[in-house]
Design a protein around this ligand. Structure first.
Ligand SMILES: Cc1ncc(COP(=O)(O)O)c(C=O)c1O
Length: 425
């Protein structure tokens, strides 16, 4: 594991300008920041993430619009099979969103009132909310300081007789410490639901996310690697989970409408209390088309990450994300942490200064336990998860999406260097 300020970065020349702020810049040579009335680095805002839709994607959707099936038709099974094969899982079950997929996985894991499930505070609220949907209680464990993923040692300390599942999140696309978590889960009879909403295509010990945990959840929101508008998927190697997931997303009914039409049957049975969480044929056609470009899009994200890492490697006030030796991240996000001890201003000021330069930065995440709902309902308070909370005060997500051009990447680097130079002590 590497210290935070020694990201290895690539040795090769990347062609992206390197940050000059490895050394403090004399005040008279500093550029006037856009926030102080200077000229912004870009004329238009570069978002932190966005989808790329090509003509082939549009055609795939149009073809479905002209077909007999708008929802649960042939494209659903086609997308699920192709997706399962791509990640290396036996089964994939599509859902109308990543959140619905998490709910399905929490249901299939058998979570019920009185149960507990352990997860990370450094995530989007949906990861913990799915536990609440089942009437169970999310228990947080703090994260490791390098990856900001669940710390398995701290998970172990939170296991009780009521614990039933662990939900690691592959933060920013860097896989969680899955071996340690799986071993812990196996020794306590727990189910592992990996939230890989950030990590489609990420590899952990040369295996793709989606092929490792008991169930793995993905999201196809437009800022993700593969976009279907809204959409999600659960992958698993277990047939029993697959059956439950399929029923749960379809009102708890044991067959689908197309099957009944094909078989000339009207009879169906509702066998459990489910929801309408189906992903449409339109969305699945888009997903199939996007899946064909996934390898290329992942390579582009990895290239952008390498350029950022090279540009910021010697910048004392910036800590690029750490990459452990046994993973290949998928880079949904590129969250830098600010070395605030070397800056004259706080994260908020750096954030606003970057926005003024027209760089669409974001912050991932406000630790979940600090949201008013969680504070009010469970009495959580600041100071409970110090690693996640300290990271939160320093984090800024830089733009990261596969459609970024080299000029876009250069603009981000220039703006970060300009702003950091402006405030480095
Ligand atoms: C870690 C994580 N889990 C779950 C979700 C929910 O996914 P969706 O927006 O598809 O419902 C997100 C969404 O961004 C996420 O980042």
């Amino acid at each position: 594991m590497l210290p935070l300020n020694q990201n290895p970065g690539p040795e090769r020349e990347t062609g992206t300008p390197a940050c000059t702020s490895a050394m403090p810049v004399l005040p008279m040579t500093r550029e006037v920041l856009a926030i102080d009335g200077g000229t912004p680095v870009r004329k238009t805002l570069l978002p932190y993430g966005r989808q790329s839709i090509g003509e082939e994607d549009i055609q795939a959707v149009v073809n479905v619009l002209r077909s007999d099936w708008l929802t649960t038709g042939p494209k659903v099974a086609e997308f699920e099979e192709a997706f399962a094969a791509w990640v290396g899982a036996k089964y994939a079950v599509s859902f109308s969103s990543g959140t619905a997929a998490l709910h399905g996985a929490a249901f299939a894991a058998g979570l019920k009132p009185g149960d507990e499930a352990i997860t990370t505070p450094m995530t989007f609220a949906a990861t913990a909310n799915c536990v609440l949907y089942q009437g169970a209680i999310p228990i947080f464990a703090d994260v490791s300081p390098d990856t900001l993923n669940l710390d398995p040692g701290l998970v172990a300390a939170r296991i009780t007789a009521r614990t039933r599942a662990v939900l690691p999140v592959d933060y920013a696309g860097h896989p969680a410490d899955l071996n340690a978590i799986q071993e812990l889960a196996a020794s306590h009879g727990l189910i592992v639901i990996e939230d890989a909403s950030h990590a489609l295509g990420a590899e952990y010990r040369r295996r793709r996310a989606g092929s490792i945990a008991d169930m793995t959840v993905f999201s196809f929101h437009p800022v993700k690697h593969l976009a279907t508008g809204e959409g999600g998927m659960v992958t698993t190697n277990r047939a029993d989970f697959t059956d439950m997931l399929r029923r749960f997303r379809n009102h708890g009914i044991s067959s689908d409408a197309r099957q009944r039409q094909t078989d000339g049957q009207w009879h169906y049975e509702m066998v459990l209390l489910g929801f309408n969480y189906r992903l449409t044929d339109v969305a699945c056609a888009l997903g199939l088309s996007q899946l064909k470009k996934l390898e290329k899009n992942l390579s582009r994200r990895r290239e952008i990450a390498a350029r950022y890492a090279a540009a910021f490697r010697n910048v004392v006030a910036v800590m690029p994300p750490v990459v452990r030796a046994d993973v290949n991240p998928a880079w949904h996000l590129y969250p830098i942490r600010l070395n605030l001890e070397r800056l004259s201003v706080d994260r908020g000021r750096i954030f606003r200064a970057l926005r003024a330069e027209n760089i669409g930065v974001n912050v991932h995440y406000i630790p979940v336990h600090l949201h008013p709902y969680y504070r009010d309902r469970f009495g959580h308070r600041a100071g409970e998860y110090p690693v996640a909370e300290d990271a939160y005060g320093r984090l800024i997500s830089l733009p990261m999406f596969h459609g970024m051009t080299d000029d876009d990447v250069g603009d981000v680097v220039r703006a970060v260097c300009k702003v950091i130079d402006g405030y480095t002590l």
